[in-house]
Structure formats: structure tokens, C-alpha cells
Design a protein around this ligand. Structure first.
Ligand code: SRM
Ligand code: SF4
Length: 529
């Protein structure tokens, strides 16, 4: 293992210091001890920081009730895995729930530290892992949620994403080679035409491209969001074949970043800052050296030439007679019962497979034509609609104040309430993607939205109040581009009116003529507490 921290800089930030004292992965062998001690007696840095290396997050907002962040390569899991996750959440009663994340992943809530050793055994038995899903590690690796079933797909990314995860996490055992990066790191491997995973906002993005008639990936690097700075990824001027080269090149980039990224100022530690410091020519040369063979220049253009799809609804698969059905999960929140129901539906109607999207929704693939009508009658589809109202349909929200101590505002409940209210009063010619994020960390990706709302503190009528900064202009799909802040400090209470104005001016919204009663079906969605 490389002692990266000492190699790079003598001036280390406080995170680097505690990592240098003890690697995050070290707590893996201490879980039984922690479970016996109880969370109040665990060393503070182990409790609040190092446990995140195993995907176990102490929540200062709900002390003693932990969040567990999984890994779901390409957003795919089996019904068996979903059942195990549902059982974990179920044992915590009203405290237990799960969230689908903006990286097509699942986070479990309410978990007690004393149960972690048992929970991890259950995970292992079905091939689930939460290894290296937080802190200075590579996050869940995203890929098209319709990989292998999309009739128009270019590259099926499932195997590649799994291989990448296995390399980075040492097949979920934990890989000390990559547990001490200077900062978090995101990788996306897009195999479709519509850029379903927002490739451009990842530290490494592989996007499909033909070079000399051969299909492979152009490579982009350095995309990220942070409170201080947001950047779209830029071309590395490299093209790789869709095979182990993807894994090898990712490894090379990670090594270069690990050994050279800034460990002094944590606000300037993401990959793009290193690219800025060196310039792309040097960065590419260093990566090429670590890759240990010549890098091929990028193809002139990539194949991202479709508008982004949200996959909500019923769609034919590339396999004749089979369909995938996208269920809308309001702001990604699931109860234990929802999870059992989704697993059952995947078993009864499909082939026991479930997929997650970066819009925090669920896809059930492999549904035969003959089973569609019956599926549509399932009561779960009243909550998880295949045809939700337009603003609710495209709503994305980060965790917010309910569980996140960085949050400046409550997000999920409010996001849903406002979207439902506006859907009841406005008719829209097309979907408008509204993304909520509770603070400038941008987990809810407001910069990719048509309208992005970033939590902030404001004053209203002379009193402190919850508010948002408004972002607009985010484009997704073929010509993805980041939105920018257009209005600052809007009190949340004023949002219905302000959003109505924006929707009318920029998105063709008209006052609705139907009565509210007609929308009843759409208004029944709720987020469980
Ligand atoms: Fe995030 C930190 C939740 C996607 C940028 N993010 C956090 C923490 C861990 C803070 C904390 O300890 O409370 C949040 C946990 C709250 C909780 O209890 O759920 C949190 N981030 C999330 C999730 C769950 C939002 C969601 O509701 O979907 C997403 C989990 C993804 C996953 O499965 O791994 C999530 N976070 C993102 C994204 C979006 C993405 O990856 O496409 C971003 C912006 C992209 C990026 O990172 O470049 C993002 N999160 C951050 C940052 C700012 C990073 C930076 O460089 O400054 C932080 C703060 C930090 O790391 O210091 C952060
Ligand atoms: Fe928490 Fe802020 Fe991320 Fe929302 S954007 S989950 S409030 S860190």
C-alpha cells in the first residue's frame, strides 16, 4: 500500500491526519467490539468518520440510528437482495426506511450499531456490500439503468461496472490501495445514447464512441460538484475498448489522483483541481505512464445523441415479448413494506431483478407482454405510479434536514408537497425536472435540473426562515450542460408563487381547468416519515 498522505504534502488537513493515524478500513475488524461497546463508547473518530469506510454513517440528527449506504453496481439488484434489505429496515419499525439515491443506490435508515455484525453477515450471504461507499472512496459506480435490455443500447455496461467495483473494493473485502484517496471520487460508465447517468458530473466518465469503426468509450475526467465549485468533466483525449482497459485506465487515474491530489486544502482536493494544477497535457502523460501502455486519442465525437429518458412507464425491451416497467417512487423514499412489495412484484411478474435510476426510481425488467395487464392492477402501482403527474414525475431530492446535519432546509417532504400543489394548479406541455438539494454540497444535483433549488437560510418578515437559491439552465442527455444560479435567497414559503411564474414564463405552464378531484389519483403519493 502506498503511504500517499506522507508522499504528497507535509501540510495535511485534519482528515488526512486521522487517516494517517489509522486507515478507515481498520474498523472492519473492530465491528464486534463496537457492537458490544455500544455507540456512545466508541472512539469519536471511529464512530463519526472511519465507519463510513464500511458504509456505516453516524447521523448526528438521529444519534444511535445509523444510515447504511450500499453499493449497487449499475443500479441493479435481485429480489432476494431487496428482501434482505427490507428485513434489515423492518426490524427498526417506524425508524426504518430506505432511500434510492442520486447514484442509483440504496441507503438504509434507523440501523443500530449493535446489529451491524449480523447485518453484514446477511449482506455477505446474498452478495450485497456497503464497502467503501462513503468518505474518501469511490462512490457507487453508475451505468445505464436499462443496460442489456435497451433495444438501442450501444454497450452493455453491467459486467464492466461490476469488474470496476470488484477492483476498487477487492471484491467487497476492502482494498487498502484505494481507501485513502484525497477526497471522494465518482465514476460513471454510460453505454446508452441518452446519457442516463449524467456522465458529465463524474470524476471519470466513460461515454460510448466509435473510433475507426470500432465501438468503445471516450473518457472524460474531473466532473464534480462541491460547495465551492462545480465543473462538468473535460475530455482526457483518450479512447478505450469496452473491456478490461476500462478497469485498467480507471486504476491508473485513481493511482495518479491518490498519489498526487492535494491533501492540504480539502476544499481543493477533487480530481479537477489536480488537472488544473498540472494542465491536461501533463495529467494525461502521468495517467499514460500509470496505465503502462500508449493511450489512444479520443474518437472525434461520442454517440450521446438522444434526449435523456426517465424510464418511468412501460417500454419494450430488446428481447422480443418482454418489457421493462419504470415505477415512480416519490422522492426515492421506501418503507420496508414497499421493498418487500417491489421484490415480490419482480418475482411474480419479472425474473426477480430490480433496477434503480439516478432519478431515484425503480425499474422492473423482463415482464412478458401477457403479464402487463395484471401488473398494472397491483396496488403498489397506486403509490408507485407508471404515469405520475408531470412535476412529481421528474422530482429529485436529496436527504435534507430529516437525516442530514449539513442541511439548511427540509427537502423531501417539502419538494413533494410543492410539486403536488403545482401539478394540481398548472398544466404543462412537457415534464419539467425540479431537483432539490438541502445545501451547497449539491447531492440532489440542482445544476442538472431545469429548475434546481438549493437550500439556504433567508429572512422573511424580519425573521430567519428556510429558503433556496434557484438554478436554471441545466441540460441533460446529448448536449448536457450545467445550470447556474439565477435567483438567490427565495423563502420556501414563497416558492409556489415563484415557481408558478417560472413555469409559466419558461416552460409553457397554463392554469389548469380540471377540478382538483380529477387529479386525486396523482395526489395520493406520500413520503413515509
Ligand atoms: Fe452527497 C455528503 C447524501 C450524492 C456531493 N452526501 C453527503 C453526506 C454523506 C453528508 C453527511 O454525512 O450527512 C450525505 C448523507 C445524508 C444522508 O443521511 O443521506 C449525502 N449524496 C447523498 C445522497 C444520499 C443524496 C440523495 O438523497 O440521493 C447521494 C448518495 C449517492 C450514493 O449512493 O453514493 C449523494 N453527493 C451526491 C452527489 C451526486 C452525484 O454523485 O451524482 C454529489 C455531487 C457530485 C459530486 O460529488 O461531485 C454529492 N455529498 C456531496 C458533497 C460535496 C463533495 C465535495 O467535493 O465537496 C458532500 C460533502 C463532503 O463530501 O464533504 C456530500
Ligand atoms: Fe445533506 Fe447537503 Fe447532501 Fe442534501 S445536499 S444530502 S443536505 S449534504
Amino acid at each position: 500500500m502506498v503511504d500517499a498522505a506522507s508522499k504528497v504534502s507535509k501540510k495535511l488537513n485534519k482528515f488526512e491526519k486521522f487517516k494517517a493515524e489509522k486507515d478507515g478500513l481498520a474498523v472492519k475488524s473492530e465491528l464486534d467490539k463496537f457492537a458490544e461497546l455500544g455507540w456512545e463508547s466508541v472512539d469519536e473518530t471511529d464512530l463519526t468518520q472511519r465507519l463510513k469506510w464500511l458504509g456505516v454513517f453516524f447521523r448526528p440528527v438521529t444519534p444511535g440510528k445509523f444510515m447504511v449506504r450500499m453499493r449497487m453496481p449499475n443500479g441493479i439488484l435481485s429480489s432476494k437482495k431487496m428482501q434482505v434489505l427490507a428485513e434489515v429496515v423492518q426490524r427498526y419499525g417506524d425508524d426504518g426506511s430506505a432511500d434510492i439515491t442520486t447514484r442509483q443506490n440504496l441507503q438504509l435508515r434507523g440501523v443500530r450499531l449493535e446489529d451491524i455484525p449480523d447485518i453484514f453477515k446477511r449482506f455477505e450471504a446474498v452478495g450485497l456490500t456497503s464497502m467503501q461507499s462513503g468518505m474518501d472512496n469511490v462512490r457507487n459506480i453508475t451505468g445505464s439503468p436499462v443496460a442489456g435490455i435497451d433495444a438501442n443500447e450501444l454497450i452493455d455496461t453491467r459486467g464492466l461496472v461490476k469488474k470496476l467495483q470488484d477492483m476498487i473494493t477487492n471484491r467487497s473485502e476492502g482494498n487498502p490501495e484505494f481507501t485513502n484517496l484525497p477526497r471522494k471520487f465518482n465514476i460513471a460508465v454510460e453505454g446508452g445514447r441518452d446519457n442516463a447517468v449524467h456522465a458529465e458530473i463524474n470524476d471519470i466518465a466513460f461515454v460510448p464512441a466509435y473510433r475507426d469503426g470500432k465501438l468503445g468509450f471516450n473518457v472524460l475526467v474531473g466532473g464534480f460538484f462541491s460547495a465551492r465549485r462545480c465543473e462538468a468533466a473535460v475530455p482526457l483525449n483518450a479512447w478505450v475498448e469496452p473491456n478490461d482497459d476500462v478497469v485498467d485506465l480507471s486504476r491508473a487515474i485513481l493511482e495518479v489522483y491518490r498519489d498526487n491530489g492535494s491533501r492540504a486544502n480539502r476544499q481543493k482536493a477533487r480530481l479537477m483541481w489536480l488537472i488544473d494544477e498540472w494542465g491536461m497535457e501533463r495529467f494525461r502523460a502521468e495517467v499514460e505512464q500509470a496505465y503502462d501502455r500508449p493511450l489512444l486519442n479520443a474518437a472525434l465525437e461520442d454517440e450521446l445523441d438522444w434526449d435523456k429518458r426517465d424510464h418511468v412507464g412501460v417500454y419494450p425491451q430488446q428481447q422480443p415479448g418482454l418489457n421493462y416497467v419504470g415505477l415512480h417512487v416519490p422522492v426515492g423514499r421506501l418503507t420496508a413494506q414497499d421493498m418487500f412489495d417491489v421484490a415480490r412484484i419482480a418475482d411474480v411478474y419479472g425474473e426477480g431483478e430490480i433496477r434503480l435510476t439516478v432519478e431515484q426510481n425503480i425499474i422492473i425488467p423482463y415482464i412478458p407482454d401477457s403479464r402487463l395487464t395484471l401488473l398494472m392492477e397491483e396496488s403498489l402501482l397506486e403509490r408507485f405510479s407508471v404515469d405520475p403527474s408531470p412535476l412529481v414525475r421528474s422530482l429529485v431530492s436529496c436527504t435534507g434536514a430529516q437525516f442530514c446535519n449539513f442541511a439548511l432546509v427540509e427537502t423531501k417532504q417539502r419538494a413533494l408537497a410543492i410539486a403536488r400543489q403545482l401539478d394540481a394548479t398548472l398544466s404543462l406541455p412537457h415534464a419539467v425536472r425540479i431537483h432539490w438539494t438541502g445545501c451547497p454540497n449539491s447531492c440532489g444535483q440542482p445544476q442538472v435540473a431545469d429548475i434546481g433549488l438549493m437550500g439556504t437560510k433567508v429572512r422573511k418578515d424580519g425573521k430567519p426562515a428556510e429558503g433556496v437559491d434557484i438554478y436554471m439552465g441545466g441540460k441533460v442527455g446529448k448536449d448536457a450542460q450545467l445550470g447556474t444560479c439565477v435567483q438567490k435567497g427565495v423563502p420556501c414559503d414563497d416558492l409556489p408563487e415563484i415557481l408558478t411564474g417560472l413555469l409559466a414564463k419558461h416552460f409553457g405552464a397554463q392554469p389548469r381547468s380540471e377540478s382538483l378531484a380529477e387529479l386525486d389519483g396523482h395526489l395520493q403519493v406520500t413520503v413515509s416519515e
